[in-house]
Design a protein around this ligand. Structure first.
Ligand SMILES: [Zn+2]
Length: 100
C-alpha cells in the first residue's frame, strides 16, 4: 500500500478499525452495564473493572473474534474476577481493602 493510497483511504480505514474495536469492547460494556462495584456499589459502567484479570480480559477482548468459542476464555477469566470500580481496584491492588 503506497502512502498516497493510505492518505486517500485513511479515514475509511480508521472508521472500520474503530467500528470493529467497538464491536469487541461492547461485549464487556454489556456485561458490566447491570453490574456494580463489589465494594462501594459504584454502578457507572465506565468506572468498573475486573479484579484481578482486567488487563488480560481487555487484551483478549480486543484480540479475539466475537464467536462464542473465542469468548470462552474471556468468560472464564471474568468468572474468576470480582467487579470493582477504578478507585476500589487501586485500593485493593495496594491491599488497602479487606475482602472476606
Ligand atoms: Zn468501588
Amino acid at each position: 500500500m503506497t502512502n498516497s493510497h493510505y492518505e486517500k483511504y485513511k479515514d475509511t480505514i480508521k472508521k472500520v478499525a474503530r467500528r470493529n474495536y467497538r464491536k469487541r469492547i461492547v461485549l464487556l460494556s454489556e456485561f458490566l452495564s447491570d453490574k456494580s462495584c463489589n465494594h462501594c456499589g459504584e454502578s457507572e459502567t465506565i468506572c468498573l473493572k475486573f479484579y484481578p484479570h482486567d488487563a488480560e480480559i481487555r487484551k483478549l477482548t480486543k484480540r479475539v473474534g466475537t464467536s462464542n468459542e473465542s469468548r470462552k476464555e474471556i468468560f472464564h477469566l471474568v468468572g474468576n474476577s470480582i467487579i470493582l470500580c477504578s478507585n476500589c481496584w487501586i485500593k485493593r491492588d495496594n491491599d488497602l481493602l479487606e475482602f472476606i
